[in-house]
Write a protein that binds this ligand. Structure first.
Ligand code: NAP
Length: 269
Protein backbone atom coordinates (compact mmCIF):
# COMPACT_ATOMS: atom_id res chain seq x y z
CA UNK A 1 0.00 0.00 0.00
CA UNK A 2 1.39 3.41 -0.98
CA UNK A 3 1.57 5.79 1.96
CA UNK A 4 2.22 9.43 2.66
CA UNK A 5 5.11 9.23 5.11
CA UNK A 6 6.17 12.42 6.89
CA UNK A 7 9.13 13.25 9.09
CA UNK A 8 9.32 16.20 11.47
CA UNK A 9 13.06 16.63 11.89
CA UNK A 10 15.54 15.21 9.39
CA UNK A 11 18.53 14.41 11.58
CA UNK A 12 20.57 11.27 12.12
CA UNK A 13 17.89 8.86 13.21
CA UNK A 14 15.21 10.17 10.85
CA UNK A 15 17.57 9.78 7.89
CA UNK A 16 18.33 6.24 9.00
CA UNK A 17 14.63 5.34 9.10
CA UNK A 18 14.02 7.20 5.82
CA UNK A 19 16.85 5.25 4.15
CA UNK A 20 15.41 1.97 5.46
CA UNK A 21 12.00 2.83 4.02
CA UNK A 22 13.24 3.82 0.56
CA UNK A 23 15.42 0.70 0.45
CA UNK A 24 12.76 -1.80 1.50
CA UNK A 25 9.85 -0.04 -0.27
CA UNK A 26 11.45 1.53 -3.37
CA UNK A 27 9.27 4.03 -5.27
CA UNK A 28 6.28 2.98 -3.19
CA UNK A 29 5.51 5.93 -0.93
CA UNK A 30 5.27 9.70 -1.03
CA UNK A 31 7.70 11.24 1.43
CA UNK A 32 7.90 14.67 3.07
CA UNK A 33 10.42 16.00 5.59
CA UNK A 34 10.30 19.20 7.63
CA UNK A 35 13.09 21.00 9.43
CA UNK A 36 14.27 24.53 10.15
CA UNK A 37 17.22 24.41 7.72
CA UNK A 38 16.22 23.08 4.28
CA UNK A 39 19.85 23.11 3.10
CA UNK A 40 20.61 20.35 5.61
CA UNK A 41 17.86 18.17 4.12
CA UNK A 42 19.27 17.95 0.58
CA UNK A 43 19.86 14.17 0.82
CA UNK A 44 16.15 13.61 1.49
CA UNK A 45 15.26 15.67 -1.59
CA UNK A 46 17.70 13.71 -3.75
CA UNK A 47 15.99 10.52 -2.57
CA UNK A 48 12.63 11.85 -3.72
CA UNK A 49 11.18 13.58 -0.65
CA UNK A 50 9.42 16.92 -0.63
CA UNK A 51 10.89 19.40 1.85
CA UNK A 52 9.25 22.06 3.96
CA UNK A 53 9.93 24.22 6.99
CA UNK A 54 6.28 23.85 7.98
CA UNK A 55 5.81 21.11 10.61
CA UNK A 56 2.03 21.54 10.59
CA UNK A 57 1.94 20.94 6.81
CA UNK A 58 3.75 17.58 7.19
CA UNK A 59 1.61 16.52 10.12
CA UNK A 60 -1.59 17.41 8.24
CA UNK A 61 -0.47 15.68 5.02
CA UNK A 62 1.01 12.43 6.39
CA UNK A 63 -0.66 9.05 6.95
CA UNK A 64 2.35 8.04 9.03
CA UNK A 65 4.26 10.74 10.89
CA UNK A 66 7.72 10.17 12.37
CA UNK A 67 8.73 12.65 15.08
CA UNK A 68 12.50 12.89 14.66
CA UNK A 69 13.37 15.90 16.83
CA UNK A 70 15.47 15.85 19.99
CA UNK A 71 13.51 15.29 23.22
CA UNK A 72 14.02 18.88 24.39
CA UNK A 73 12.60 20.27 21.09
CA UNK A 74 9.50 18.04 21.32
CA UNK A 75 7.37 20.41 23.49
CA UNK A 76 7.52 23.22 20.92
CA UNK A 77 6.81 20.83 18.01
CA UNK A 78 3.82 19.27 19.80
CA UNK A 79 2.51 22.73 20.65
CA UNK A 80 2.72 23.62 16.92
CA UNK A 81 0.94 20.50 15.64
CA UNK A 82 -1.61 19.98 18.42
CA UNK A 83 -4.53 21.35 16.35
CA UNK A 84 -3.96 18.80 13.54
CA UNK A 85 -6.69 16.12 13.25
CA UNK A 86 -4.78 12.89 13.95
CA UNK A 87 -7.71 10.52 13.37
CA UNK A 88 -6.63 7.72 11.00
CA UNK A 89 -2.97 8.73 11.28
CA UNK A 90 -0.18 6.74 12.85
CA UNK A 91 2.40 8.77 14.78
CA UNK A 92 5.80 7.30 15.61
CA UNK A 93 8.07 8.82 18.26
CA UNK A 94 11.72 7.90 18.67
CA UNK A 95 12.31 10.36 21.53
CA UNK A 96 14.05 9.00 24.61
CA UNK A 97 12.28 9.82 27.88
CA UNK A 98 8.96 10.74 26.22
CA UNK A 99 6.26 8.43 27.57
CA UNK A 100 3.02 7.74 25.66
CA UNK A 101 1.11 9.64 28.37
CA UNK A 102 3.19 12.77 27.74
CA UNK A 103 2.00 12.75 24.10
CA UNK A 104 -1.63 12.00 24.98
CA UNK A 105 -1.73 14.96 27.36
CA UNK A 106 -0.66 17.27 24.52
CA UNK A 107 -2.19 15.71 21.37
CA UNK A 108 -5.12 13.69 22.75
CA UNK A 109 -5.56 9.91 22.54
CA UNK A 110 -3.81 9.42 19.20
CA UNK A 111 -2.51 6.21 17.58
CA UNK A 112 1.09 6.46 18.77
CA UNK A 113 3.98 4.01 18.60
CA UNK A 114 7.19 4.59 20.56
CA UNK A 115 10.35 3.19 19.04
CA UNK A 116 13.92 3.10 20.29
CA UNK A 117 16.39 2.41 17.48
CA UNK A 118 20.18 2.21 17.79
CA UNK A 119 22.92 3.46 15.48
CA UNK A 120 23.86 0.13 13.81
CA UNK A 121 20.47 0.65 12.13
CA UNK A 122 22.50 2.79 9.70
CA UNK A 123 23.88 -0.48 8.31
CA UNK A 124 20.59 -2.36 8.58
CA UNK A 125 22.04 -4.13 11.64
CA UNK A 126 20.14 -2.31 14.35
CA UNK A 127 17.89 -3.48 17.15
CA UNK A 128 14.76 -1.35 17.38
CA UNK A 129 12.40 -1.65 20.34
CA UNK A 130 8.78 -0.97 19.38
CA UNK A 131 5.94 -0.22 21.80
CA UNK A 132 2.42 0.38 20.49
CA UNK A 133 0.13 2.65 22.49
CA UNK A 134 -3.40 1.64 23.46
CA UNK A 135 -5.00 3.29 20.41
CA UNK A 136 -2.85 1.52 17.80
CA UNK A 137 -4.50 -1.33 15.86
CA UNK A 138 -2.75 -4.64 15.13
CA UNK A 139 -2.57 -3.57 11.46
CA UNK A 140 -0.91 -0.27 12.39
CA UNK A 141 1.62 -2.09 14.57
CA UNK A 142 2.40 -4.44 11.69
CA UNK A 143 2.71 -1.47 9.32
CA UNK A 144 5.20 0.16 11.70
CA UNK A 145 7.23 -3.07 11.91
CA UNK A 146 7.22 -3.24 8.09
CA UNK A 147 8.42 0.36 7.79
CA UNK A 148 11.26 -0.34 10.24
CA UNK A 149 12.34 -3.61 8.61
CA UNK A 150 15.25 -1.91 6.83
CA UNK A 151 16.83 -0.99 10.18
CA UNK A 152 17.51 -4.59 11.22
CA UNK A 153 15.76 -6.53 13.99
CA UNK A 154 12.62 -5.18 15.65
CA UNK A 155 11.47 -6.22 19.13
CA UNK A 156 7.85 -5.62 20.19
CA UNK A 157 7.72 -4.65 23.83
CA UNK A 158 6.00 -2.43 26.42
CA UNK A 159 7.13 0.97 27.73
CA UNK A 160 9.35 -0.57 30.40
CA UNK A 161 10.97 -2.62 27.62
CA UNK A 162 11.53 0.52 25.54
CA UNK A 163 13.53 1.98 28.42
CA UNK A 164 15.54 -1.16 29.13
CA UNK A 165 16.31 -1.70 25.45
CA UNK A 166 17.17 2.00 25.19
CA UNK A 167 20.03 1.18 27.56
CA UNK A 168 20.82 -2.40 26.53
CA UNK A 169 20.62 -1.87 22.77
CA UNK A 170 20.58 1.92 22.29
CA UNK A 171 23.51 2.84 24.53
CA UNK A 172 25.45 -0.41 24.35
CA UNK A 173 27.21 0.40 21.06
CA UNK A 174 28.96 3.18 23.03
CA UNK A 175 29.98 0.71 25.75
CA UNK A 176 31.33 -1.72 23.16
CA UNK A 177 33.20 1.12 21.41
CA UNK A 178 34.78 1.98 24.76
CA UNK A 179 35.76 -1.68 25.26
CA UNK A 180 37.31 -1.73 21.78
CA UNK A 181 39.04 1.62 22.36
CA UNK A 182 40.71 0.17 25.48
CA UNK A 183 41.85 -2.88 23.50
CA UNK A 184 43.23 -0.73 20.67
CA UNK A 185 45.15 1.34 23.26
CA UNK A 186 46.57 -1.89 24.75
CA UNK A 187 47.55 -3.14 21.29
CA UNK A 188 49.36 0.15 20.61
CA UNK A 189 51.06 -0.11 24.00
CA UNK A 190 52.45 -3.46 22.80
CA UNK A 191 54.19 -1.85 19.84
CA UNK A 192 51.65 -1.93 17.02
CA UNK A 193 50.74 1.20 15.09
CA UNK A 194 47.34 2.83 15.63
CA UNK A 195 46.07 1.59 12.23
CA UNK A 196 47.40 -1.94 12.75
CA UNK A 197 45.84 -2.00 16.21
CA UNK A 198 42.48 -0.87 14.88
CA UNK A 199 42.57 -3.46 12.06
CA UNK A 200 43.45 -6.23 14.53
CA UNK A 201 40.80 -5.32 17.08
CA UNK A 202 38.01 -4.72 14.57
CA UNK A 203 38.69 -8.10 12.93
CA UNK A 204 38.67 -9.70 16.39
CA UNK A 205 35.29 -8.06 17.15
CA UNK A 206 33.80 -9.06 13.79
CA UNK A 207 35.11 -12.61 14.15
CA UNK A 208 33.79 -12.94 17.69
CA UNK A 209 30.32 -11.57 16.81
CA UNK A 210 30.25 -13.94 13.82
CA UNK A 211 31.16 -16.89 16.09
CA UNK A 212 28.25 -16.00 18.36
CA UNK A 213 25.86 -15.86 15.42
CA UNK A 214 27.20 -18.99 13.71
CA UNK A 215 27.01 -21.15 16.85
CA UNK A 216 23.42 -20.82 18.00
CA UNK A 217 23.57 -24.30 19.56
CA UNK A 218 26.20 -23.11 22.06
CA UNK A 219 25.66 -20.70 24.93
CA UNK A 220 27.92 -17.67 25.28
CA UNK A 221 29.46 -19.34 28.32
CA UNK A 222 30.28 -22.43 26.22
CA UNK A 223 31.88 -20.28 23.55
CA UNK A 224 33.92 -18.51 26.23
CA UNK A 225 34.95 -21.79 27.83
CA UNK A 226 36.09 -23.09 24.43
CA UNK A 227 38.82 -20.39 24.46
CA UNK A 228 39.70 -20.90 28.12
CA UNK A 229 41.92 -23.77 29.21
CA UNK A 230 42.02 -24.07 32.97
CA UNK A 231 45.11 -22.33 34.30
CA UNK A 232 45.99 -20.98 30.84
CA UNK A 233 46.54 -17.42 29.68
CA UNK A 234 42.92 -16.53 28.88
CA UNK A 235 41.90 -18.10 32.19
CA UNK A 236 44.21 -15.65 34.01
CA UNK A 237 42.79 -12.71 32.05
CA UNK A 238 39.21 -13.69 32.86
CA UNK A 239 40.13 -14.10 36.55
CA UNK A 240 41.27 -10.48 36.46
CA UNK A 241 37.89 -9.43 35.01
CA UNK A 242 36.25 -11.29 37.91
CA UNK A 243 38.54 -9.45 40.38
CA UNK A 244 37.25 -6.21 38.89
CA UNK A 245 33.61 -7.39 39.31
CA UNK A 246 32.94 -7.03 35.58
CA UNK A 247 29.28 -8.18 35.72
CA UNK A 248 28.54 -5.85 38.66
CA UNK A 249 30.10 -3.00 36.69
CA UNK A 250 27.88 -3.74 33.66
CA UNK A 251 24.82 -3.90 35.95
CA UNK A 252 25.71 -0.46 37.36
CA UNK A 253 26.33 0.89 33.84
CA UNK A 254 22.85 -0.15 32.67
CA UNK A 255 21.27 1.13 35.92
CA UNK A 256 22.95 4.52 35.39
CA UNK A 257 21.34 4.75 31.93
CA UNK A 258 17.94 3.82 33.33
CA UNK A 259 18.25 6.39 36.12
CA UNK A 260 18.90 9.06 33.50
CA UNK A 261 15.92 7.85 31.44
CA UNK A 262 13.70 8.22 34.53
CA UNK A 263 15.06 11.75 35.06
CA UNK A 264 14.16 12.58 31.43
CA UNK A 265 10.69 11.11 31.93
CA UNK A 266 10.20 13.40 34.93
CA UNK A 267 11.36 16.35 32.83
CA UNK A 268 9.01 15.59 29.89
CA UNK A 269 5.76 14.82 31.73
N1 NAP B 1 20.91 9.08 17.34
C1 NAP B 1 20.59 7.95 17.98
O1 NAP B 1 21.38 7.01 18.12
C2 NAP B 1 19.21 7.78 18.55
C3 NAP B 1 18.84 6.52 19.04
C4 NAP B 1 17.55 6.37 19.53
C5 NAP B 1 16.67 7.44 19.54
N2 NAP B 1 17.07 8.63 19.08
C6 NAP B 1 16.10 9.74 19.12
O2 NAP B 1 15.95 10.27 17.83
C7 NAP B 1 15.58 11.64 17.94
C8 NAP B 1 16.47 12.46 17.02
O3 NAP B 1 17.83 12.27 17.41
P1 NAP B 1 18.99 12.49 16.35
O4 NAP B 1 20.20 11.89 16.94
O5 NAP B 1 18.52 12.08 15.00
O6 NAP B 1 19.09 14.10 16.44
P2 NAP B 1 19.58 15.13 15.32
O7 NAP B 1 20.50 14.48 14.36
O8 NAP B 1 20.01 16.35 16.05
O9 NAP B 1 18.21 15.47 14.55
C9 NAP B 1 17.24 16.33 15.03
C10 NAP B 1 16.63 17.02 13.83
O10 NAP B 1 15.55 17.85 14.28
C11 NAP B 1 15.59 19.04 13.52
N3 NAP B 1 14.86 20.09 14.22
C12 NAP B 1 15.30 20.92 15.21
N4 NAP B 1 14.31 21.76 15.58
C13 NAP B 1 13.24 21.44 14.82
C14 NAP B 1 11.93 21.94 14.73
N5 NAP B 1 11.49 22.95 15.51
N6 NAP B 1 11.09 21.40 13.82
C15 NAP B 1 11.50 20.39 13.01
N7 NAP B 1 12.73 19.87 13.05
C16 NAP B 1 13.58 20.39 13.95
C17 NAP B 1 17.06 19.35 13.39
O11 NAP B 1 17.26 20.26 12.33
P3 NAP B 1 18.54 21.27 12.30
O12 NAP B 1 19.75 20.37 12.36
O13 NAP B 1 18.38 21.98 11.02
O14 NAP B 1 18.40 22.12 13.52
C18 NAP B 1 17.61 17.95 13.09
O15 NAP B 1 17.51 17.65 11.72
C19 NAP B 1 15.74 12.03 19.41
O16 NAP B 1 14.47 12.07 19.99
C20 NAP B 1 16.53 10.91 20.01
O17 NAP B 1 16.17 10.65 21.35
C21 NAP B 1 18.32 8.84 18.56
Amino acid sequence: MALKIGFIGGGNMASCIFKGIVTTRPQQDQLMVSGPHLEKLAAFKEAGAELTTDNVAVATWADVLFLGVKPQIMPEVLEEIKSVDFSGKLVVSMAAGWRLAAFYSRLGEIALVRIMPNTPAKLGLGVTAVCSGAHVSAEQTQLCLDLLAGLGKTVLTDEAGINSLGALAGSTPAFLYRFLEALVAETVAHGFSESEARAIIEQMALGTASMVIANQDQSLAQLREAVTSKGGTTFQGLAQMTNYHFEDMMHDVIEACLRRTREFEDMFK
